[in-house]
Design a protein around this ligand. Structure first.
Ligand SMILES: *Cc1c(COP(=O)(O)O)cnc(C)c1O
Length: 386
């Protein structure tokens, strides 16, 4: 009886899904959200297909024990694929940690501040928040900043006043809100470099060995919200953490238990794993880089020649992932956002500190999405340029 019932449900579901499928993909918008953000349609479809019955085990991944063999395979494979994609050296651990970016703002100082000193380069809101959080635990120095011009550039980091007692130098590699990226890493004068890579995670190859810690919240360019992936050099994982550091805020807890000390966000890890497979299928990070450069160029080239729109960032520091732009007229900006939304280009409103618009064009944004956006901008320009 049970089997018959299950079969009936699945068949019925499949039928309904097929009927709806065309309608479903027709109604999907181009989503330029900074995060949570667009995911590859192929991945979403695959997850939908496996929703009721993951590989014949008769249940969804959401309903599965994190101690089961099926889930162990999911997390093991996710880590293996990520290591392969990023070419992560053997002396680095990969940790899946809950609490998102903000928990990493605290975990970094709690685990790394042996001398109680951290040097921070302030290139935007997320770097500043990390810096402010670090002050709860010790001395945080702002060794450089681009606040003077609304974070529209990356400061010169070739000769910074690094504290000789600094336990680490901290950067936000790609600045989600302001649309800047480091094209050259700072000279840390031998100190451990820690980087938040949330909004450029897996967008291009990166030399992991240059960093002590690379961490990223996955909800920008990798998967659904719920996990920060921490890639950390083994010698930085110690028992010697700040007094009172809770068990769940010690990197060692995750490292010693392969991220399974307690119940991890199983579904998010499963979805990240699917995105890693998709990236491998696409050809890996070299190919993604080329693709992302091509996509960003379409938008930047248009901004550079436009009589109405302009980018807000210094050209040399432009991000491949987040592209802020303005018309220079707040009312016109608001009209553009409204009309774009009605035309199926959503989440283009810029951050309140920059104003205007921002298009986040992560890995999963197809090139057609950027082309169509530029076409829409061209039409808007014809109507409104003076
Ligand atoms: C979104 C974002 C964060 C904050 O992440 P939460 O998971 O919301 O805490 C931190 N850093 C960067 C670069 C981000 O883009």
């Amino acid at each position: 009886m049970v089997t018959v019932h299950a079969a009936w449900t699945v068949t019925n579901h499949e039928k309904r899904y097929e009927e709806k499928e065309e309608e479903l993909s027709m109604s999907r918008v181009y989503n330029f959200s900074a995060g949570p953000a667009v995911l590859p349609e192929e991945v979403l479809k695959e997850a939908a297909e496996e929703m009721l019955d993951y590989k014949g085990c008769g249940m969804s991944v959401m309903e599965m024990s994190h101690r089961s063999k099926d889930f162990q395979d999911i997390i093991d494979e996710a880590e293996k694929d990520l290591r392969e994609l990023m070419n992560i050296p053997d002396n680095y651990k990969v940790l899946f940690v809950q609490g998102g970016g903000h928990v990493q703002f605290a975990m970094v100082p709690m685990n790394l501040m042996k001398n109680k000193v951290g040097d921070y380069i302030i290139t935007g809101q997320w770097a500043k928040k990390a810096y402010t959080e670090a002050k709860l635990f010790g001395t945080a120095n702002a060794v450089a900043s681009s606040a003077d011009r609304t974070f529209s550039y990356i400061p010169d980091c070739s000769d910074l006043p690094i504290d000789e007692n600094a336990d680490y130098v901290y950067i936000c590699l790609n600045n989600t809100i302001y649309g800047t990226v480091y094209h050259e890493l700072p000279n840390t004068k031998g100190k451990t470099l820690v980087a938040d890579i949330s909004s450029c995670f897996l967008s291009e190859p990166i030399d992991v060995s240059k960093f002590g810690i690379l961490w990223g919240g996955v909800q920008k360019n990798v998967g659904p919200a719920g996990v920060a992936i921490v890639i950390i050099r083994e010698d930085l994982i110690t028992e010697d953490v700040l007094p009172g550091t809770p068990t769940m805020l010690r990197y060692k807890t995750y490292a010693d238990n392969d991220s399974l000390f307690n119940t991890p966000p199983t579904y998010t890890i499963y979805m990240c794993g699917k995105v890693f497979k998709w990236l491998k299928k696409m050809g890996g990070l070299e190919v993604m880089k080329e693709r992302n450069e091509k996509k960003a160029k379409i938008l930047y080239d248009f901004l550079d020649e436009s009589r109405l729109f302009r980018g807000t960032v210094e050209k040399k520091d432009r991000s491949l992932m987040n592209v802020p732009f303005v018309t220079g007229d707040e009312e016109l900006d608001a009209l553009f956002v409204k009309e774009a939304k009605a035309a199926g280009f959503v989440n283009l409103k810029g951050h309140r500190t920059v104003g205007g618009m921002r298009a986040s064009i992560y890995n999963a944004m197809p090139i057609e999405g950027v082309e169509a956006l530029v076409e829409f901008m061209r039409e808007f320009e014809k109507k409104h340029a003076k």
